[in-house]
Design a protein around this ligand. Structure first.
Ligand SMILES: Nc1ncnc2c1ncn2[C@@H]1O[C@H](COP(=O)(O)OP(=O)(O)OP(=O)(O)O)[C@@H](O)[C@H]1O
Length: 387
């Protein structure tokens, strides 16, 4: 059976010499093909009459910016899980997962087929200086133009640790009220228990296994801080490597793939800046982003327009469909509403690299889908985002 690999341009050849626009007879596997390129198994083509067509793979060889969207219950997290499984099986790729609902713990379960190397970090920590000083006021809910916000900003620029920042605030000659306000903000940040001088760095994150950062115990602000720190660390490590190739030692050899579920939460918070950096500038140094959301209309326009792979599960809200349609280039000829998938696990894939759209039945998970035991905090967040 012929396999088409999504995310490859028409002039890139498949293992058997056919092009992406045509189809390849090469098996889709995380083992490099004859030309040394990696692809993951993604699913099957789905014809208009619902019949199952040829296998579909997804390119994991080059960096991508991908978006997975769909209303609740139509397979968004499931598809993200499939992509994480494939990335985890791919040598040379380092998948890192921001998991705000705790639904990717199943990756630790027994896998059908090839093993899926994965670990879950329950209480992720980052270094305080992983968050840029200018973002600290917003992170702790202070106005960056106000006196307390300015003091927090100054402290973040002058100290590498949260304790150091608190000392600077305590010793500052700002007035009592300003000092107290800034100290209160930083005390709140300390209560999140996510800042640690020994927090996750890029080399710890990029050892090849899928690293799931379970943020389901964290509120949006600390979850954002974790995502911001991780996104910045991965990007900086690869940029460092790019310049280190002229002499220095490489920081991270593998290509990081950052998977972000409930991405609207992060594009609305302090993680927005480093995520936008990866979207707009990540591909050159080799950093990929896969963002999933049920509300594409809540994402900044750049998140849609910069994605070269858009995996669309069922969407019904007009604003969400419009947010996607706005980025659709001319080769998306069919009306998005007419071609909207109807069944869970079915997706319309808009592939900018191959300049094609495909309807795909996403394959079944090889590891269990879903979290461990249900958590009220995750349920509350789900209800909130649904409203
Ligand atoms: N590719 C698939 N193959 C088989 N079943 C699937 C597939 N995708 C989704 N499903 C089924 O649909 C259900 C809902 O999928 P999923 O949990 O991913 O929805 P979701 O839209 O991400 O919801 P949430 O926003 O709550 O995470 C899954 O539990 C699974 O039973």
């Amino acid at each position: 059976m012929h396999t088409e690999v999504l995310g490859r341009s028409a002039d890139e050849t498949n293992a058997d010499g056919t092009t992406a626009g045509e189809t390849s007879t090469a098996p889709v596997t995380a083992v490099p093909d004859a030309r040394g390129a990696f692809a993951g198994t993604f699913g099957h083509h789905r014809a208009r009459d619902g019949s199952r067509g040829a296998p579909v793979g997804i390119d994991l060889d080059r960096p991508h910016a991908a978006l997975v969207v769909g209303k609740r219950g139509y397979g968004k997290s499931y598809t993200l899980g499939v992509l994480i499984e494939e990335a985890a099986r791919t040598p040379g790729v380092a998948p890192v997962v921001i998991d705000p609902m705790g639904v990717f713990r199943g990756l630790l379960g027994d896998a059908t087929g090839d093993p899926v190397p994965a670990r879950v970090i329950d209480d992720p920590t980052i270094r305080a200086d992983a968050v840029p000083p200018a973002r600290w006021p917003a992170l702790v809910g202070a106005d960056p133009d106000g006196s307390a916000g300015a003091l927090v900003w100054h402290a973040a620029g002058a100290a590498a640790t949260l304790d150091g920042m608190r000392d600077i605030v305590a010793d500052s000659d700002a007035g009592d009220e300003v000092r107290r306000a800034a100290a209160n903000r930083l005390r709140r940040a300390a209560s999140w228990r996510i800042f640690d001088p020994a927090g996750l760095d890029a080399s710890a994150l990029a050892d090849g296994a899928a690293t799931v950062l379970d943020c389901s115990r964290l509120d949006d602000a600390p979850s954002n801080a974790v995502a911001a720190g991780v996104a910045a660390a991965l990007y900086d490590a690869r940029v460092g490597r790019a310049s280190a190739e002229e002499g220095g030692s490489p920081a991270v050899d593998r290509l990081p793939w950052l998977f972000v579920d409930e991405a609207h939460v992060f594009f609305e918070g302090v993680a927005s800046v480093p995520l936008r950096t990866i979207l707009t500038r990540g591909r050159a140094p080799g950093v990929s982003l896969v963002a999933a959301t049920q509300r594409p209309s809540a994402l900044p326009e750049v998140a849609v327009s910069q994605s070269d792979l858009r995996i669309v599960h069922r969407l019904t809200a007009g604003s969400d469909v419009r947010a996607l349609a706005a980025a659709d280039p001319s080769y998306v000829d069919a009306d998005l509403v007419d071609s909207m998938p109807t069944a869970p696990g079915e997706a319309l894939v808009v592939d900018d690299t191959a300049e094609a759209t495909r309807t795909v039945a996403v394959r079944r998970r090889d590891t269990p889908h879903g979290g461990s035991s249900p958590r009220a905090s995750a349920a509350a967040r789900a209800i909130e985002t649904d409203e």
